[in-house]
Design a protein around this ligand. Structure first.
Ligand SMILES: *Cc1c(COP(=O)(O)O)cnc(C)c1O
Length: 404
């Protein structure tokens, strides 16, 4: 009998861009995953804020298999029923009039930035090309989006980088005022910086960006790749903030685990991307669109979104109790089911160590930089799984402190 794949095969056959866990998950149901050895883990990672409906959601399985029986792919020379339904559903649920589909968050931001450049180019000429972005932001890994991102360690090795991108401090209104001017074509911002440490924008900051963009005819882009599709207890985080962007990028949870991304915008800006000016082979693929329709059908419901808020309250209450015991966190923050726990200075850099100990206890979660533990579980995670997960978290912290 030949042996099945093992973890060592990763090091032997894969380009080493990742350092995956020592175990290999083979099954998931709801918010529990099982590895090759049959060990179970509570999933507070949600596939990096992707599996909004957990693993093995019956309605997603049904949507995918029904579409698999009907039509897989044709390319954008033909439209298809699922993509039309999805576009309509997104338009009717948001500020947007029009949608462009792609396959990932990076591609959604790439399209948004290209649209903003072209809009300014068409209307004002070539000098209005500057993009303002923020320190510690994350917008994806294409060369344009990684350059817009505010973590130079991700972009510097790929120089020369696209020009005309300027960074300033997140949540600093005066700094933004100093940088945004007549040559600015776009401002790109995450309503909550996800990878950068689960740092929510202040309402006044987003309002100020909105005003500055209006003043200078620059496009305000909200990168909602992580905050979108119910994550904050609203369909999109802009609804929580009451600040409406010109362009919104969405991906991650939109496909619930099936790759899809999209840019949402109004009629005013949509016409910039006229026939032939941008495109993708897979974008708007019927399989992806059929699944995303089934995702929105379930998440975009008042009762479902209220459930996200209830779970948020439970998480925050219990995390505060845990912190009363261990005093390891200087801040516990976030919206909905995007929650960050920032380690106190004497434990800085230890988030990964704690996450490895938690995995031994049967709990997986994310980190956001070296100092922040990040929870982004399924939006419908059962209450008992939250309780079990947090008691495993407590056990892991106990072991961590005893090892000190
Ligand atoms: C994950 C993420 C991206 C990149 O999405 P990909 O699908 O990995 O390309 C962009 N922006 C934000 C805010 C993200 O969290």
């Amino acid at each position: 009998m030949t042996q099945g794949p093992i973890r060592a095969d990763f090091d032997q056959y894969m380009i080493p861009t990742y350092a995956p866990a020592a175990f290999i998950p083979v099954k998931g149901k709801g918010s529990v995953i099982t590895d090759q050895q049959g060990k179970e883990y509570i999933d507070f990672a949600g596939g990096i804020a992707v599996n909004g409906l957990g693993h093995g959601n019956e309605k997603l399985k049904q949507a995918l298999t029904e579409q698999a029986d009907a039509l897989w792919h044709l390319g954008n020379g033909y439209t298809n029923e699922p993509v039309l339904k999805l576009a309509k559903q997104l338009v009717e649920s948001t500020f947007a009039d029009k949608v462009f589909f792609c396959n990932s968050g990076a591609e959604a931001n790439e399209a948004a930035l290209k649209l903003a450049r072209k809009y300014a180019h068409d209307k004002h000429g070539a000098n209005k090309n500057e993009i303002v972005a923020f320190s510690n932001s994350f917008h994806g890994r294409t060369l344009f989006t990684v350059s817009a991102g505010g973590q130079p360690k991700y972009s510097q090795d790929f120089a020369p980088l696209p020009g005309g991108i300027h960074h300033t401090e997140f949540n600093d209104i005066e700094a933004a005022k100093a940088l945004i001017n007549a040559n600015t074509c776009a401002v790109i911002v995450e309503p909550i910086q996800g990878e950068g440490g689960v740092v929510p924008a202040q309402v006044a900051f987003l309002q100020a960006l909105r005003e500055l963009c209006d003043q200078h005819d620059a496009l305000l882009i909200f990168d909602e790749v992580q905050t979108g599709v119910g994550r904050t207890g609203h369909l999109y985080a802009y609804m929580h903030y009451g600040v409406v962007p010109d362009l919104l990028s969405t991906a991650k949870a939109l496909g619930g685990g099936f790759p899809i991304g999209a840019v949402l915008t109004t009629n005013k800006f949509a016409s910039t991307l006229s026939v032939g000016t941008h495109g993708t082979t897979y974008g708007g693929n019927p399989l992806a669109a059929a699944v995303a329709n089934a995702v929105l059908d379930q998440i975009n419901q008042t009762a479902f979104l209220q459930g996200v808020d209830e779970r948020h309250t439970l998480f925050i209450t219990k995390l505060n109790e845990i912190n009363e015991k261990f005093a390891l966190f200087k801040d516990i923050r976030g919206l909905g089911l995007l929650i960050g726990c920032e380690l106190i200075d004497t434990h800085s850099g230890q988030a990964k160590v704690i996450s490895n100990l938690a995995a031994e206890q049967g709990l997986i979660f994310l980190i956001a930089g070296p100092n922040v533990i990040r929870f982004a579980p399924a939006l419908n995670i059962p209450i008992k799984d939250i309780e079990t997960g947090l008691s495993r978290f407590t056990a892991a912290l106990d072991i961590y402190l005893k090892k000190e």
